[in-house]
Structures are given as structure tokens and as C-alpha cells.
Write a protein that binds this ligand. Sequence first.
Ligand code: UTP
Length: 418
Amino acid sequence: MERFSKIKQELAHYDQEQVLAFWEELSEQEQHHLLDDIERVNLAEISIISRKLLSNHSPERNNIRGVPYDKLEDFTETQLHRYKERGLELIRRGRVAVVLLAGGQGTRLGHEGPKGTFDIGLPGHESLFELQAKALLKLCKKTGCRIPWYIMTSPANDWDTKDFFKKHGYFGFYPDDIMFFLQDTVPTLNSAGKLMLKTKSSLSRSPNGNGGVFPALKSSGALDDMEQRGVKWLFQYNVDNAMIKLADPVFVGYAEEKDSPIATKSASKRNPEEKVGVFCLIEGRPAVIEYSELTKEESGNPEMMNAHISIHLFKLDFVKAVADQPMPYHLASKAIPTLDERGEEVKPSEPNGYKLEQFYFDLFPEAESIAVLQVPREKEFAPVKNKSGEDSAETARAMILSNANQDQIRYRLGGEGL
Ligand code: UTP
């Protein structure tokens, strides 16, 4: 078979022949499936990426400074009122869309199903999706407008996510105002930089990171849809922030007044060692450095204490301009199900390889400026990442209930802005 020998040769050239280990055992259909799968991979690119990343090469960074920022706590009542009214007006005029990143695999949480279907144990046992839907609907009622909600999924959770929404009647949303869009996937690599098998006839692939969002918004037609609706700002957030203030009007008004291509919320870093990405300016351009890529000096730099908490407003024009820009890959060390030499499935509990991830914030330097609003973490940021301990359902629940007690209401998410 000419196709097979060509692919085999190419695999040999890049030292990736291990993916054919079970070739002889496959049916003709499975063989075709595997060849299709391999052909989708740019072997030259994978080879460059794995060599570069596995060599622990750290990028040269010069001229780093802290980013200028405002503190929500410092705003006067008059300012807060002005921002809020301006934000509400923009929402009312249909200028704000909401983008949810829900394509992740949530490996640390270990919940069966998409993370948004997870019940964090509040008295009403709402899932994360339901909490968010209710908050958005509340804002729709308040402003008398329909807010479009774009939800990014990945192949592993797309069906389950859509099914969950359907089963719950879209939580009262007009189905036309919810658009699911699919992010791309990339092959995973073992610790030696080799492609991994998921089954004998398919490669192991994983979602291409949160950076998959802009290209996927474009290729799915979501950006065109926003344009037709007259959207100006995209409010983007993570599915696992149980205290997200959805389309927070104060933040919208603040972004509009600052008029930068990107507005972002940040939280003060708890301590120099905290494992969070930080905002900064590199050569005068906005940037985020992931915690794993911070040098010791950068971690201890008192100017760089604005933690990245994944809450942003992007101008639609900015997203359109950068959606096709190439982005670098980062390595995430993970426990990846694969096959052993005998072809038996293995589900490791410890990391055995890497997922390749792109980060949307690698495109931040494309913006000439960024507006950073530092907010009190205990009121806006309750990430549900782990099964227990830090950043778990338990910590998120405690934060929500403590805020609810302070506000003397049951519990609420988003929509209002403080
Ligand atoms: P995390 O970086 O916490 O990853 O995602 P994760 O996949 O949810 O969880 P772990 O690391 O496997 O435990 C932060 C946000 O980015 C989204 C997630 O759904 C979450 O909202 N995300 C992450 C994507 O949408 N796609 C990705 O490829 C990765």
C-alpha cells in the first residue's frame, strides 16, 4: 500500500514509528482510521515543538515592569455608580456577549462529565452551568435584553455538555442565544516527546488549551454572529470560577471608559510563591507570565503581584484582528491514558506525558494597552480545580456562603457588580 509506506517513511524520519506498533493486528478499516489520524498531524511541527519544549529552553525576557492598575476598593460611590450605569446601558443595547471556556478536561477534579455539570454542594445543588445560567438570566431580566452566550467545548465533552443543557431546558434561555463551539485538539506527547496512542488505531489527542478560543470563535462563525448582533465587548471567563460576576456591569462600564482593546480583572497575589500567572508589561506591551515560567526574581518582584484570574473583556475588533495569529505551545505535565507495550490500556495516576497547550494571553502583547481592575479575590474568584483542599468545591462553597451571609441573601452570582 503506497499510502502506508509513505507515512511509515515519514514517521521513521521523525522517529515516531511507535504509533504503528499494533499495525498488523488492525482490521483494514482500523488501518485507514489510523493513517487518517496520523495524516492530520504536522510531524515536522511536532518535532520542533517537542525538541524546543523538552530542552527546557526558557524565553529571553527584557524590560519587564509591573502593569498599571486600578483597585475596585478605591473607587468612590460616584465612580461605581457611573461605571455601573454605563455598563448596564451597553448590555441593554446588546453590546456585550459572554464567552465561556468549558473545553478543559478537569483532570484534577476527576468529576465524571463536563466540569460545568459539577454540583459544588450549595443548598440548592445547582451545577456550575446552572448557577451561571441563572445569573445571566437575572441580568437579562434586569436590562430587558437578550445576552448571547457562547460556550466552548472540546470533542471529549461536547456531546455531554449539549445534552446537559438540553435536558435542563437550557435553564430558561432562548436556545438561539446559546451557541456551542468546538475547540481544536492536538496530539499528546510522552516524556520522551513521542506521540502516544489512545487505542491501537488512534492517536491520543487533547484540547489545544484555552488559546484555542479565538481561532475557534472565528472558524465556528461565532465572531460573525457577534458582529451581526452589534456586539462590541466579549466577556470571557472560566467554567470553574464559582463566584464569577457574569458580565459585571461595573467592569463593562470601566472597560468602556478605559477604551483599551482588553480589560481584565486581577487579584492581589497571596504571596510571592503563589502558583498563579501574573500581569506585567514586557517592552511596554501587556503580557501574562504563567507561574511555571516565572523566574525567582520575577516571582518576588513586588511590582508583579497582580494575579491573572481569567476574567476579561475583549473588544470584538481585537479578537478579530488576532484570531489567526500563531501562538506558541506550552507543556502541561499530565496523567494521560494510553497503551502499554502489550497494547493493554493504562490509566496512570501520575503524570506520564505532556499535553500541548496554547494560552490566549500570549496574544496580549498584540494590544497596545490593557486596563487592569484589581478586585477582592474573596468576592469574585473561587476556582474549583481540585477534589479536596485548596481550590476545591469546599473552599468555593465556603466563600459563596460567607458572602451570602454578609449580604444577607441566600447566595448569588454575578450580574449586579458591587
Ligand atoms: P484549567 O487550566 O484549569 O484546565 O482550565 P482544566 O482542563 O479545566 O483542568 P485540569 O488542568 O485538567 O485539572 C481553566 C479553564 O480553561 C478551560 C477550562 O474548561 C476552564 O474553564 N479550558 C482549558 C478550555 O476551555 N480548553 C482547554 O483546552 C483547556
